[in-house]
Write a protein that binds this ligand. Structure first.
Ligand SMILES: [Zn+2]
Length: 407
């Protein structure tokens, strides 16, 4: 039987499996993927994929890993999705119970449908199909369902990329790749990075009745000026990327200052984040910020202006990308042509993903997102995924694996 026919034949089992995964809570916070990992491993057994491994930094944060061995003379393709979800948040805004998946008008609604239990199930069925149909593969498929993507990543991709030492030649993440068009609207090759920092201004804290008689610096006022001038004067060093023209500079994502009535403000600060492009470095970013702040501070000689980066990993969450001419990119575009009848546009994923750890820490080129569903629906009420898109995802993953691993 053809591999894609096997997936068609097991379509209902695949959809039931997604419903089971959605009905198995794995919110992060608090972060406990034991139940969902148990549902996955039970299903792997049913699909005759017994040789899986559980790798865990902490017992309640299991990562499930399964290797489908090829002939041993080709590259290793890693297919990866995360098993955790964001917490429900305000359940009142849902039209149906977020933990009880329902299908309406061809879409499955529930927490984690689009981000990303639909893609996880599709990847598992793609590998099952390759196995059951004895697809000819030179290299291995490494299926990874990791924990802890939605928060710190320490027990998920960070652990796998460092302590565990995961190895592959290329990785595909099944994060939702629709934005405001059809599912599989884009094939995202790039993930912008993130750098978070605080600028603090220190002035003179004292009795506010004395500000006309004593030399003093109002930290809140100077902070306002610094914020405004940094916005106009900061020049970041970067090369525009063909898929993403520039970083985003988001100054004052939070501001604080002063003590209250009666106290002249001695300290005020604003937090900022910069979403970086491939090619940018933390050192250069810090040099750009410091040189701009130094030039501003010359106009405020009595104030002290400090720059502090957040603790890792938020100080520098590295950007990542896969080159457009990577053979897996061609294999996915061809698979999309075959299954969807069109080739998705190459693009940049707006948010952060596990690509950061797999690419930057483990050195595995990682495509951050090609999966069913829509990114804007993730982390919000009435999250849903197209039912047919889950089946299409499984078919595209299997076709792309066969063509990439046949090379
Ligand atoms: Zn996700």
């Amino acid at each position: 039987m053809m591999t894609t026919d096997w997936i068609r034949k097991h379509r209902d089992d695949l959809i039931d499996f997604v419903m089971e995964l959605v009905a198995t809570p794995s919110p992060n916070l608090p972060g406990d993927e034991r139940a969902v990992a148990k549902a996955i491993t039970a299903h792997l057994r049913r699909l005759d994929m017994d040789g899986f491994e559980i790798a865990a930094k902490e017992p309640h944060r299991p990562n499930v890993i399964y290797r489908l061995a090829g002939r041993g003379d080709g590259p290793t393709l890693m297919l990866c999705g995360h098993s955790d979800t964001k917490p429900v948040g305000d359940g009142e805004q849902w039209r149906s119970d977020p933990m009880k998946p329902v299908i309406r008008d061809g879409k499955m609604y529930g927490l984690g449908t689009t981000d990303m239990k639909g893609a996880v199930a599709a990847m598992i069925y793609a590998v099952a199909a390759l196995k059951q149909t004895d697809a000819p593969l030179h290299g291995d498929v490494l299926l990874v369902v990791n924990a802890d993507e939605e928060r710190t990543m320490t027990c998920g991709s960070e652990f796998l990329a460092t302590d565990y030492g995961i190895k592959a030649d290329v990785c595909l993440l099944g994060e939702p790749s629709g934005i405001d068009g059809p599912e599989f609207e884009f094939l995202h090759l790039l993930s912008r990075g993130l750098s978070c920092f605080t600028v603090r201004v220190l002035g003179t804290q004292m009795h506010s009745s004395l500000s006309d008689r004593m030399p003093s610096v109002n930290a809140s006022i100077v902070m306002g000026e610094v914020l405004h001038r940094l916005d106009r004067e900061l020049k970041l060093t970067f090369e525009p990327h063909p898929l993403c023209a520039s970083p985003t500079t988001n100054l004052g994502v939070r501001i604080e200052g002063g003590v209250g009535y009666g106290v002249y403000p001695g300290s005020a600060a604003f937090q900022s984040d910069i979403r970086t492009l491939p090619g940018m470095s933390r050192d250069q970013l810090e040099r750009d910020l410091r040189s701009c702040l130094e030039s501003i501070s010359r106009d405020y000689p009595k104030a002290r202006i400090d720059l502090t980066f957040e603790e890792p990993p938020l100080d520098w969450f590295a950007p990542s990308q896969v080159e457009a001419d990577h053979p897996l990119v061609g294999a996915l575009l061809d698979a999309a042509q075959q299954v969807l009848g069109r080739r998705p546009e190459l693009s940049a994923f707006p948010g952060g993903t596990d690509a950061k750890n797999f690419q930057v820490e483990a050195g595995i080129p990682t495509i951050p997102s090609f999966g069913p569903g829509w990114l804007p629906l993730a982390h919000g009420p009435n999250e849903c995924v197209g039912v047919e898109a889950i089946v299409q995802a499984a078919q595209m993953y299997a076709i792309a694996a066969m063509s990439y691993l046949r090379a």
